[in-house]
Design a protein around this ligand. Structure first.
Ligand code: GLN
Length: 446
């Protein structure tokens, strides 16, 4: 832990992955673990980890990269933190992200932009860009992110690491600062598939604090990991290699399909016809949920309160005006609009109907196939500053990642090649609660 923190301070001068360090407490924890002795059955004991800054950490500043929470210190831990402590992992700090997890590049952070360790002029992806960069730069072997519409998988793809968005209901969201509650999921970001499977098993499971967690036994995700892919049926959606996908990305995915065939799997073209409506429907649903979830930041209960105010209404308006960044405001307005009485049927309800059709698309494919493969993002990492002023271009980059959240399915991002020195990510999507088959295929491919 000491070495990790020393190295972190050097590396992070270039990468800017961390918002808050947990130096003193981490060293204390590591010492206590040493004194207690390491349980040989616990592969995670004593390992330094990094945690995205929208996961609440008791007595450790948690900002969601927003000015409105700049000085917020939670009074309780997220359930995921309790699992982290129970497994003797050592959190060394909180990582940078897009404000309230809204974005895909960490450029929406109120505090700083994280750099891609492969090329410091490029974004690391987002919103879990700090966690991705911390693993990719070799600072920690394990980090935690959250994924509402790709925020674990896309930064994993941009930085050449492995990131899992588990099935909705697999991991407790208690203590995760809510963005889109029907889409959000916490998951592990690691260097290898097997590490990822080990970490997921440690944080998954039913939680009485989160009514959407499913009371199912958590399998040993590493049990079948070396079984190979012989006999597996993998679908490759034609919509995932269409227009807008960078040629090198397409080539890497086609090469991956060939590799799976060589390893004994069947890979065939399939169709997810409603994918093309995914981005539009996702931005309506996620923004609607966000507009409701973010009402609690009123300048009274948490974080920063505007000073020099005239009355109560002024406290609300000024705190929110000064505390939220432009992207967060944009989403709140979009969400409020699509939920308002006169527009509900045209927007929110329509988006919810599209969501059902997207789920049905997946169900149709999974009736015949074990897995779906494709790219994570249409491109490799782009330049810092390149897209930030154009929200619609940013949103379009989520086309291949949001369907998984809309359907509540598990999706893994893993490295599948390089273009001009930048990593390309492949996505493996599984049936609900079948992370095991995803890991099995990912491990065979790696
Ligand atoms: N880029 C997407 C968005 O901005 C996804 C964010 C996420 O998964 N948290 O909404």
């Amino acid at each position: 832990t000491k070495q990790t923190i020393t190295a972190l301070k050097e590396t992070d001068k270039k990468v800017d992955a961390f918002l808050t360090l947990n130096e003193e407490k981490a060293l204390e924890m590591a010492k206590a673990i040493d004194e207690k002795g390491i349980d040989p059955a616990n592969l995670l004991a004593g390992i330094p980890v990094a945690v995205k800054d929208n996961i609440m950490t008791k007595d450790l500043r948690t900002t969601a990269a927003s000015k409105i929470l700049e000085n917020f210190v939670p009074v309780y831990d997220a359930t995921v933190m309790e699992h982290i402590y129970a497994h003797d992992m050592v959190p060394i700090g909180k990582t940078n992200m897009d404000e309230f997890a809204m974005g895909g590049s960490t450029e929406n952070s109120a505090f700083k932009t994280t750099k891609n360790p492969w090329n410091l002029t490029k974004v690391p992806g987002g919103s879990s860009g700090g966690s991705a960069a911390a693993v990719s730069a070799g600072i920690v072997p394990i980090a935690f992110g959250s994924d509402t519409g790709g925020s674990i998988r896309q930064p994993a793809s941009f930085t050449g690491i492995v990131g899992m968005k588990p099935t909705y209901g697999r991991v407790s969201r208690w203590g995760l600062i809510a963005f889109g509650s029907s889409l959000d999921e916490i998951g592990p970001m690691t260097r290898s598939v097997k590490d990822n499977a080990t970490v997921l098993a440690a944080i998954a499971g039913f939680d009485e604090h989160d009514g959407t967690t499913v009371n199912k036994k958590v399998p040993d995700f590493t049990a079948n990991i070396a079984k190979g892919v012989k006999g597996l049926k993998i679908g490759l959606p034609k919509e995932y290699l269409g227009e807008g996908v960078q040629p090198e990305v397409k080539a890497a995915i086609l090469a991956a399909a060939d590799k799976f065939r060589e390893l004994g799997a069947t890979v065939e073209e399939v169709s997810l016809p409603h994918s093309k409506y995914g981005v539009a429907a996702y931005y309506i649903i996620s923004s609607s949920e966000a507009s409701s979830n973010l009402q609690r930041f009123d300048g009274i209960r948490y974080g920063v309160r505007a000073t020099d105010v005239k009355n109560l209404n002024d406290v609300y308006v000024r705190s929110r005006t000064e505390g939220f960044g432009p992207e967060v405001k944009r989403r709140i307005m979009l969400g409020m609009y699509s939920l308002s009485a006169g527009y509900y049927d045209a927007y929110f309800k329509k988006a919810a109907q599209v969501r059902t059709l997207m789920k049905q698309d997946f169900a149709n494919v999974f009736a015949d196939y074990d897995l779906i493969m494709g790219p994570v993002a249409p491109t490799t990492a782009y330049g810092i500053g390149e897209d930030v002023s154009d929200p619609l271009t940013m949103y379009a980059g989520d086309v291949l990642s949001v369907p998984v959240n809309m359907a509540g399915l598990p999706g893994l991002s893993l490295p599948a090649g390089f273009a001009a020195g930048l990593p390309i990510g492949m996505q493996l999507i599984g049936k609900a609660f079948d992370e095991q088959t995803i890991y099995q295929a990912g491990y065979a491919f790696e």
